[in-house]
Design a protein around this ligand. Sequence first.
Ligand code: BGC
Length: 272
Amino acid sequence: MQKPNRRLEKQTCIVSGASSGIGQAIAIAIAKEGANVVVNFYKNKEGARDTVTKINELKNSGRAITFQADVSKEDEVIAMFAKTKEEFGNIDICVCNSGIQIDAPLHEMTLKQWSLVIDTNLTGQFLCAREALKEFLKTGIRKGVSRSAGKLLHISSVHEVIPWAGHANYAASKGALAMLMQSICQEYAPHKIRCNSIAPGAIKTDINKSVWSSETKLNDLHKLIPYQEIGEPGEIGSVASWLASDESEYINGTTIFVDGGMTCYPGFTTNG
Ligand code: BGC
């Protein structure tokens, strides 16, 4: 990873689902820029501790704490924001990242499989965004700290635009996130609050381990990526820390695809 630029000093960030994969990489990248980080986890306490250890190993990073909360539960999200304020005094950045996949052909998908995915991926992001917005509105711009009154980052997916057979609950949750993010931008940009999404393509994490741990499946996956490589979580971390910083101040209401070109539909290279 590149040297930090200290772009987020004196700021505090909550990262939901930061005990592994993309969330962990984002927490580390943001702490590296000097921000304090709340490492949210649901079940993986050890993973969350590992994120904090990795942050503590960095020189001059912000301080990090873990916080257990199921982001689909209103009271738990509210408690997480209260703890963040108590510990760090302010909240400047919220990365709504928690996401799960429970795959099934649609005609066989149970209501439970549908709801668990929507509750975590969409309602969880709504609850975190809502609590963050309350804080951002209350505090306003902190002069000398950031040009924004607050930054919201939604971690979406290429499947906010690419349909995904066998994963309709997941694709529906990600498609909805685009409208949530853009509506928040429209509503709160006048308060100088920024809201954007990052849409990762295939990034090597636990969520798609069954694909990248099989040579045949990985080769098939590469056919969907013009760059012909699966991404690493750090690729998302570096975009997130920049998108949370003043360097991207005029970016609002946008989804940044970090996907090696996946959304350019490489299947059409020699067909269509
Ligand atoms: C999914 C991964 C998948 C990638 C590309 C992500 O949002 O979580 O499982 O590999 O999209 O299809």
